[in-house]
Design a protein around this ligand. Structure first.
Ligand SMILES: CC(C)(COP(=O)(O)OP(=O)(O)OC[C@H]1O[C@@H](n2cnc3c(N)ncnc32)[C@H](O)[C@@H]1OP(=O)(O)O)[C@@H](O)C(=O)NCCC(=O)NCCS
Length: 213
């Protein structure tokens, strides 16, 4: 087996075109970041890049201050935009390397909370974030607009200051991560659970574990 070496660095505006190409490739039909947004992200936060040799294979975006059109968030919080890994490199832990750098940057900027949103059916992204301590604290069926379910998102928060108490009991909401593009029943159950005061704590390939706050 050959040694694999990855390098990371922060993006400059000269990198924007190749970031856009990688982002479009990794997200496929979902979302789609614009060049203008990428410029704004670099001006108001950072984009971490990961290279295999001189090939860009991963990118992870965050903002530490708001800009017109960005989501609103408190001053102690960093908002994590998209993270994209080239399809040939997915499932090889690259997401973990990128998001660790993303979190490091936010902490250096004095942030103690990280906020982000994910599609309910996006197992790789939910798994990656929940394994690093994010909890599902919200559900918004119209997060990006009125085109349900494409615009629906769960909202996740990682709070560096919170005490990690282990809940006594969990309920597991099944999610068809790999079977279909949209699992309406899972959306409804997650929405209701959040309204009932539950928080999403953990995930496996069959569903998400919720417990009362
Ligand atoms: C989400 C993403 C950044 C994760 O990065 P990654 O380097 O693939 O992550 P990991 O290797 O740590 O894998 C995380 C989990 O997802 C699984 N996974 C990753 N890619 C997968 C794929 N294409 N199909 C099925 N499972 C996959 C891994 O097996 C792992 O699950 P496990 O612990 O149950 O085995 C990457 O998959 C990606 O770019 N996806 C498309 C864009 C996207 O959805 N971004 C996130 C929204 S902001």
């Amino acid at each position: 087996m050959i040694d694999v070496q990855y390098q990371t660095r922060l993006a400059t505006k000269d990198d924007i075109q190749q970031i856009k190409e990688l982002d479009d490739l990794s997200f496929g039909s979902h979302q789609g970041v614009s060049i203008e947004e990428l410029n704004q992200v670099i001006e108001n936060g950072a984009i971490v890049l990961l290279f295999d040799g001189d090939r860009l294979v991963g990118e992870s975006q965050l903002i530490t201050q708001t800009f017109p059109g960005s989501p609103a968030f408190p001053i102690d919080t960093a908002y994590f935009y998209g993270t994209g890994v080239h399809p040939d490199f997915q499932g090889k832990n690259i997401g973990k390397l990128l998001t660790a750098e993303q979190e490091k940057f936010a902490v250096k900027q004095g942030k103690t909370k990280f906020l982000l949103t994910i599609r309910v059916e996006n197992y790789p992204s939910l798994k990656l974030r929940m394994a690093s301590g994010f909890k599902i604290i919200g559900y918004d069926k119209a997060y990006y607009g009125s085109n349900y379910p494409e615009d629906a998102r769960v909202i996740l928060l990682k709070d560096l200051g919170s005490q990690n108490s282990t809940p006594i009991s969990y309920k597991k909401i099944p999610v068809a991560f790999f079977m279909s593009n949209h699992d309406q029943l899972a959306h409804e159950k997650i929405d209701q659970s959040i309204k009932d005061g539950f928080v999403g704590h953990d995930i496996d390939r069959e569903g998400i574990f919720f417990a009362l706050k």
